[in-house]
Design a protein around this ligand. Sequence first.
Ligand code: OSB
Ligand code: MG
Length: 367
Amino acid sequence: MKIEKITLTHLKMPLVSHFETSFGRIYARDSILITLYAEGIIGYGECVADRDPGYAYETTGTAWHILKDFILPSIHGKDIKDPADFRARVANIKGHEMAKAGVEMAVWDLLGKKEQKSLQSLFGGGKPKVAVGVSVGLQDTPADLLKVIEDYLADGYGRVKLKIKPGRDVGDVSAAREAYPDLKLQVDANSAYTLESAKAIQPLDDLDLLLIEQPLAEDDLWDHHLLQKKFKTPLCLDESIISVRHARQAIEMDASRIINIKAGRVGGLSEALAIHDLCYTANVPVWCGGMLETGVGRAANLALASLKNFALPGDISATDRYYAQDITNERFSLNSDSTINVPTAPGLGITIDEKAVKKFNLKKYTL
Ligand code: OSB
Ligand code: MG
């Protein structure tokens, strides 16, 4: 597939409601849409780096730089056979996994369209629909939180994840557990604690949570190992798992009894598939994380989550949980059993609403 032309579009899309985590609150989501033109086929990919370096060091700004100055020149005018070929060509670029993952997604989309196969069938995923939940941001008060949860449950979500941070943890989560004794509930700290300050969240261990996500620093597997000794609730790493190697080491260390897989965080869907396979062999359940993706990244997440070892509901909510207007013509909706259907058309299985792309466009680059 000869890559004849490439465009980058920096988008900024308003969220239907603000999203607050331990690293801050956002009202709109920045992202980069990557478009590859190859022999009459168009492939789309989404770079999930955010405007600010709160979740990870990458931002839309750093990704733009790495894409424009390093990744795109290494594929422009070249015949890229498949995602593995793409990965080999950018292997000498350290880090910047989200920048790489955005282009790799577009290569998968091209490959699927060329072979007339959906991403799901290229991946060997079997499920026609996948179990999903909703990630609930920090709210101003516990009463607001209960109201937000009530609304999501009314929408049909069967699993809820609550964001926590120091001072807004045991109180909020206990209130949710009291109101909903049987709810599938989990929490995500986005690395807001240390081994010392995590003593405050010990009471979470008695709230029957599915898992506790990324309590400690992203570069610290060992302290997660030490913390897991104190909890019967499984710890689940997100930020810390940036490759299949990190996944293996976290499992060997008993630092992560469940793994959150995000293609963007690990450099692409191929690495995500490798982590899935490793965890399957090691008997470690995985689930698909989310990054408030547009319809482009959401389609990729659904294909990924259709693989057999995605044993827990993913952070893949319906389009209307995030965006009143999306950049795909397709909108993903929630089925009554808290599932979303996996796209079946070739590649990602989505089409782009060019008018919406223009509307949300902050900056464009063509090579
Ligand atoms: O830590 O899982 C996270 C969103 C942006 C960055 C990091 C995270 C999240 C979410 C939202 O929790 C998941 C989603 O619904 O897309
Ligand atoms: Mg997380």
